[in-house]
Design a protein around this ligand. Structure first.
Ligand code: NAD
Length: 354
């Protein structure tokens, strides 16, 4: 199994290093990964003047999945748009047609205090938001600002989804649910928007192939409310690009800890890019204090979704739980005044727990 490791910028190299060590530690289970690194983002620009160097694309094309750190930093903020670090990320998504964005929101009992919601509402929360990433009003044409017939300027965008785009994300949702509690809630605004009534119809049709999965539908305004009222009612939420953008950020905040949350972006062949949801954290880069757990949990998702190694994925996730239960904390998840450990010590602890 081959993994392309793209550390990127800021804390990216520090946190991916720990995830790579954890993957190597799975050798005791007989799992061996060929892992090769390449530059992306600001590091790509520094190395070859391009945030996504050709050699990086070639490496990724030969791999079964990508483990990605984070990109960006103040040094690159004044570059022309095409050379900015985030272009590396956007071009990778496009190149590999990564249309399904998976964002789990998990609240570990030990960290429930960090949430802005009451402990009993979020402790033990484990939901997965599946956001369609390549269609919807963000990409629909035509769009722009024009002068209308009354002579007034108006802005407009086009919400659009093709049947095949909806079908493939629906399949991804039902398949992801099979690896969890087998419940999918599709979120739309079918009472108002034609596009999302169509979304609802197509998701319902695809569901006929998944009789073992329970499907429900919810309007997006209600979903936004239910996420803060009773988030534990959800297992898998599937939704379009715009609603998913908003709901996935809302859900991540339920957990209160950005350094803990992994993500995956998959294509139709289950090839994927796996990365923490946080950025390159230039304020703490190089200090050895960044939390590597979101990246380690991203590696667990890579094992689950692209490498089909469910058991190993669960072992890594169990090791993270164990470390938290032992009371070990990096600074971002520690309660005030409590002892903290650094990036490498956290990696050591996860490996010991494995
Ligand atoms: P950020 O997520 O990098 O940092 C926000 C805050 O969270 C900072 O205080 C940071 O120290 C802290 N933090 C983040 N990850 C942490 C971790 N693992 N452990 C401990 N603390 C952590 O967001 P930002 O400050 O808005 O952006 C910084 C840079 O990252 C920018 O250049 C931005 O464009 C880029 N960015 C990249 C990605 C990505 O690569 N996917 C995502 C978001 C932002």
């Amino acid at each position: 199994m081959k993994i392309a490791v793209l550390p990127g910028d800021g804390i990216g190299p520090e946190i991916t290093e720990q995830a790579v060590r954890v993957l190597k530690a799975l050798a005791s289970d007989g799992l061996h990964f060929e892992m090769e690194q390449a530059a992306v983002g600001g590091a790509g620009f520094d190395a070859s003047g391009d945030p996504l160097p050709e050699a990086t694309v070639r490496l990724a094309e030969q791999a079964d999945g990508i483990l990605f750190g984070a990109v960006g930093g103040p040094k690159y903020d004044t570059l022309p748009r095409a050379q900015r670090p985030e272009q590396g990320l956007l071009r990778l998504r496009k190149h590999f047609d990564l249309f399904a964005n998976l964002r789990p929101a998990i609240v570990y009992e030990e960290l429930a205090h960090a949430s802005s919601l009451k402990n009993e509402l979020v402790a033990g929360l484990d939901l997965l938001i599946l956001r369609e990433l390549t269609g919807d009003i963000y990409f629909g044409q035509p769009r722009g600002v024009r002068t209308n017939q009354a002579g007034e300027r108006e802005g407009f965008d086009t919400m659009r989804y093709t049947e095949s785009e909806i079908r493939r994300i629906a399949h991804a949702a039902f398949q992801a649910a099979r690896k969890r509690s087998r419940r999918v809630c599709s979120v739309d605004k079918a009472n108002v928007l034609e596009t999302t009534q169509f979304w609802r119809d197509v998701v319902t049709d695809v569901h006929k192939e998944y009789t073992d999965i329970e499907l429900s539908h919810m309007y997006v305004d209600n979903a936004a409310m239910q996420l803060v009222r009773n988030p534990k009612q959800f297992d898998v939420i599937v939704t379009g690009n715009m609603f998913g953008d908003i709901l996935s950020d809302e859900a991540s905040m339920l957990t209160g800890s950005i350094g803990m949350l992994p993500s995956a972006s998959l294509n139709a062949k289950n090839f994927g890019m796996y990365e923490p949801i946080h950025g390159s954290a230039p304020d703490i880069a190089g200090k050895g204090v960044a939390n590597p757990l979101a990246t380690i949990l991203s590696a667990a998702m890579l094992l689950r979704y692209s490498l089909n190694q469910e058991q190993a994925a669960q072992r890594v996730e169990a090791a993270v739980r164990k470390v938290l239960a032992q009371g070990l904390r990096t600074a971002d998840i520690a309660e005030a005044g409590k002892r903290t450990i650094g990036t490498k010590e956290m990696g050591d602890a996860v490996i010991a727990a494995l």
